[in-house]
Ligand binder design. Structure first.
Ligand code: GDP
Ligand code: MN
Length: 391
């Protein structure tokens, strides 16, 4: 689960990683109230999941209330990097003399956390790795011993820092590692970690990704997710109810009956020019209310993730009664305004078609607006065709 910057910074504060003072705002009025509280000048930062907001116009430094209001009206409701902006972080503007890159991330090949540090922060790590690989300090952290003070100091020294700045950065690294470990993070990145004119070391940005499989025990992380549009929170919900649901970055939502079929469906979507927005696999014997919940999770996401242009359900039922399966789908759709095509391929045999025939089930789906197909290839083609013409 990827946290928004403001949530990541809340975690930073809990682990003594310094951040600028900031207030979250969802309306222009709230932005103005935040500006009054923080004092000008301020930085308005769109809260979206994608990075590179600076380049995309999502970071605005404003010097007056009028300017703040204009920027707030401009940004709230806009789409930046294909995400709808619903909240802004209003922060005190810090005077930056140096931008450092600092991150700790699980290196799956090494099986250890990898600390990366560079004096050339502010740009993406990918860009940095390409342009100036020798400017990046890489250090594997032994999970048994953790990050030691001398190692953090040594890393800071290697990027050319001395004195108080060196120890200041080292301290941030130690606290960042404590957060990383305590919160079961996969990534904890500060880019940029800035040095201010007065010599303070402050996390100006925050990117924290929590291991989904650890969410059940990460109460303090779940607590941070207070806003309904944070889709990723449903991931925790999905997991805790025992669904296999993994959020991905694509444009076609999907549900497959069985992991193998789901993977095949994802491949077919890719081969047809689309990209899976999630993995979701339902197991035999699933109940009507659980199907409804899973479809709800995906449709909730569709409402906030504008990239998603269609949803495909493919299932071959052998034990789950067809009426509970299509009933669950219909329950989820009812009372919603369909924003993208819903497409289904349902096959059913034996025990699945006792009290309702497959044709009746398909009729029911069609009556709630679902397009049904006999062939998976045709269904996938329709799902991908629905992406065309979207921006
Ligand atoms: P990103 O583009 O999504 O990674 O967003 P960041 O939070 O990293 O901000 C992008 C850039 O905006 C930073 O690298 C800074 O150069 C600039 N920036 C952000 N906050 C401040 C600030 O408080 N003061 C100044 N001077 N620049 C800032
Ligand atoms: Mn950044």
């Amino acid at each position: 689960m990827k946290l928004y910057e403001h949530q990541g910074k809340e975690l930073f504060r809990r682990f003594a990683v310094p951040t600028p003072r900031g207030v979250l705002a969802r309306t222009p009025d709230q932005v103005i109230a935040a500006v009054k509280e923080i004092g000008l000048p301020v930085v308005l930062k769109v809260q979206i999941q994608s990075g590179g907001r600076g380049k995309a116009g999502g970071i605005r430094i404003v010097a007056s209330e009028a300017e703040a209001l204009g920027a707030a009206q401009d940004l709230l409701g806009a789409e930046i990097r294909e995400e709808l902006v619903t909240k802004l972080l209003v922060e005190e503007k810090v005077s930056i003399t140096k931008e450092i890159y600092a991150s700790i991330a699980v290196d799956r090949l090494a099986g250890k956390p990898l600390l990366l540090l560079s004096a050339q922060g502010g740009v993406d790590i990918e860009e940095l790795a390409e342009k100036a690989p020798d400017q990046i300090v890489r250090f594997y952290i032994e999970p048994n011993t953790g990050l030691r003070y001398y190692q953090a100091v040594e890393s800071a020294k290697l990027i050319g820092l001395t004195g108080k700045l060196m120890t200041g950065v080292a301290e941030v690294l130690l606290n960042l590692y404590r957060l990383f470990q305590t919160c079961d993070a996969e990534v904890a990145e500060i880019n940029p970690l800035v040095i201010t004119e007065s010599g303070e070391v402050i996390a100006s940005d925050a990117k924290v990704v929590i291991n989904d499989d650890a969410l059940a025990r990460q109460k303090q992380v779940i607590e941070l997710i207070d806003d309904p549009e944070v889709l990723t929170a449903v991931l925790g919900e999905a997991r805790s109810k025992g669904y296999s649901y993994v959020e991905l970055d694509g444009n076609v939502g999907l549900i497959g009956g069985g992991a193998g079929l789901t993977l095949m469906l994802m491949d077919l979507i890719s081969m047809s020019g689309g990209k899976a927005a999630n993995f979701a696999d339902i197991m035999g014997g699933i109940k009507r209310e659980n199907i409804k919940e899973l479809v709800d999770i995906i449709l909730d996401r569709v409402e906030v993730d504008r990239k998603i242009g269609s949803v495909v359900v493919v299932c071959s039922l052998t034990a789950t009664p067809v009426e509970s399966f299509v009933g669950g789908i219909a329950d989820a759709i009812k009372g919603r305004k369909a924003t993208v095509p819903l497409i289904a391929v349902i096959h059913a045999v034996d025990g699945a078609v006792k009290s309702m025939s497959l044709n009746e089930a398909l009729d029911l789906l069609q009556s709630v607006g679902v397009q049904t197909y006999d062939s998976i290839n045709e269904a996938v083609a329709a799902a991908v065709a629905a992406l065309k013409g979207r921006n």
